[in-house]
Design a protein around this ligand. Structure first.
Ligand code: G6P
Length: 369
C-alpha cells in the first residue's frame, strides 16, 4: 500500500497532487488550444441534439452533484441552454417532468451509485437522451447511459473525492465550450481565449499546490474549531459547498457552505470570535460585494480565511489568513479555488487524527439506496 501511495502519507493527498496530470489526461485528444479545437466524440456524434436542447437536467450525488452545480453556471453562460441540477435521490422519487428536447447528464465518479443509476433508468423509460460523465471505465452508469465521456482521472481511492471533481468539471467545460462554439452563443474571441486559458489550468493547479505548507499552518490554527462556514459567490458558490463537504467528511467538523450574499439571511447569526469563515474571494465579478461580506464578518469578530488572487490588496487587509491562487477567468476559477480547500480539509483531518482515506460511516461508492 505504501508503494501505491507513491510517497504520500495518504491516497487523498496523492490524488490532490495528481490533479494537474489528471486534468491533462482529461484533455488528451480533446483539447488542442493552439489549433482552436475542442471536441468530445460523444458530443460531436450528438451535436444536433445538444443544439436543439431546450434544457439540460443534471443528476448526481455528493461531490459529483457539486460538479454539476459548477457545470450549471458554465453551461448556461457558454451555451444559453437552461440547466437544472438535481440530487439523483430526489429526482428518481418524484415523478419528474422530462420533455422531448431535454438532455439528461448523469455525473458519477464510480459509475455505480444506486440513486444515480435509478435516475438514469427512469429518465430512459420516459424517452430521454442520457449522457454520462464517469470516471470508472465500463461501470454500470457508463453502460446504462446512451453515450458519454470518461473523465480519465485514474483510480480514486480516497473516499473523499478530489481529482474526480476537478476532472468532471473539466469534461463539462469542454462540452460547454464546444456547444457554445457550435451554437454561436460564445464569441470567437471568447472561445479562443477560454481554450488558451483552459490549457494553462494544469499549471495553475500546480501553482495553487505550492501553497501547501502555508495551508498546513492555517490548518493548525483551526483544527479544534467545532464549526466552520464556507462562502462563495457565482461560480465559486458550489466550490464553497464542496469545501464544506470535504471538511465534514474527513475531519468531522460541522461545516456549511453558503452563497456569500445569503449570509445575511441566516448564517450571520452564527458569527462570533469562535467561528472560522472560509471565503472564496478571487478578483472577479462582484469582488466588491465579497469584500463587503468580509467586512460584515470582521465586524462580528469572525475569523477569516480567504482564497484570493495573487497580488490581492483589499481582502488581505481584512482577512486573518489569505491563500493565494493564480489569476483566472471567473468561469474557470473553480478548478483552481477548489485546491486550497481540499488541502485545508486534508491537513485539519490529519491533525485531528482522523482516518483521512476511509472516514467513518462513509463509502467510496454507495450502491445501496
Ligand atoms: C459517496 C462518496 C462521495 C461521492 C458520492 C457520489 O458518497 O463518498 O465521494 O461524491 O458517493 O459518488 P459517485 O461515484 O456517483 O460520484
Amino acid at each position: 500500500e505504501q508503494i501505491e501511495k507513491g510517497g504520500f502519507d495518504h491516497f487523498m493527498l496523492k490524488e490532490i497532487y495528481e490533479q494537474p496530470n489528471a486534468i491533462k489526461d482529461t484533455f488528451r485528444g480533446r483539447l488542442r488550444a493552439d489549433e482552436g479545437i475542442v471536441k468530445l466524440s460523444s458530443v460531436e456524434e450528438n451535436l444536433q441534439k445538444f443544439l436543439n436542447a431546450d434544457r439540460i437536467l443534471i443528476v448526481a450525488c455528493g461531490t459529483s452533484w457539486h460538479a454539476g452545480l459548477v457545470a450549471e453556471y458554465i453551461l448556461e453562460e457558454f451555451t444559453r441552454i437552461p440547466v437544472e441540477v438535481e440530487y439523483a435521490s430526489e429526482f428518481r422519487y418524484r415523478n419528474p417532468i422530462i420533455r422531448k428536447n431535454d438532455i439528461i447528464i448523469a455525473i458519477s465518479q464510480s459509475g455505480e451509485t444506486a440513486d444515480t443509476l435509478a435516475a438514469i433508468k427512469l429518465a430512459k423509460e420516459q424517452g430521454a437522451f442520457v449522457y454520462g460523465v464517469c470516471n470508472v471505465v465500463g461501470s454500470s452508469i457508463s453502460r446504462e447511459t446512451h453515450t458519454g465521456s470518461y473523465t480519465h482521472a485514474g483510480p480514486e481511492i480516497g473516499v473523499a473525492s478530489t481529482k474526480a471533481f476537478t476532472t468532471q468539471i473539466t469534461v463539462l467545460t469542454l462540452m460547454a465550450l464546444r456547444i457554445g462554439q457550435a451554437k454561436g452563443t460564445l464569441s470567437r474571441a471568447d472561445f479562443h481565449r477560454y481554450l488558451q486559458e483552459l490549457d494553462h489550468v494544469p499549471q495553475k493547479v500546480e501553482q495553487a499546490l505550492e501553497h501547501n505548507l502555508e495551508i498546513q499552518a492555517i490548518a493548525s490554527k483551526y483544527k479544534d474549531a467545532p464549526n466552520c462556514l464556507y462562502l462563495g459567490r457565482g461560480y465559486n458558490y458550489p466550490v464553497a459547498l464542496e469545501g464544506a463537504l470535504k471538511l465534514k467528511e474527513i475531519s468531522y467538523i460541522h461545516a456549511e457552505g453558503y452563497p456569500a450574499a445569503e449570509m445575511k439571511h441566516g448564517p450571520i447569526a452564527l458569527i462570533d470570535e469562535h467561528m472560522p469563515v472560509v471565503i472564496i474571494a478571487p478578483k472577479q465579478e462582484h469582488y466588491d460585494k465579497i469584500v463587503s461580506n468580509i467586512q460584515e464578518i470582521k465586524a462580528r469578530n469572525g475569523k477569516i480565511i480567504a482564497v484570493v488572487t495573487a497580488g490581492d490588496v483589499q481582502v488581505k487587509k481584512l482577512a486573518d489568513y489569505v491563500i493565494e491562487i493564480p489569476e483566472t477567468s471567473d468561469a474557470l476559477s473553480p478548478l483552481i479555488t477548489t485546491i486550497p480547500l481540499q488541502l485545508l480539509a486534508y491537513h485539519i483531518a490529519v491533525m485531528r487524527g482522523c482516518n483521512v482515506d476511509q472516514p467513518r460511516n462513509l463509502a467510496k461508492s454507495v450502491t445501496v439506496e
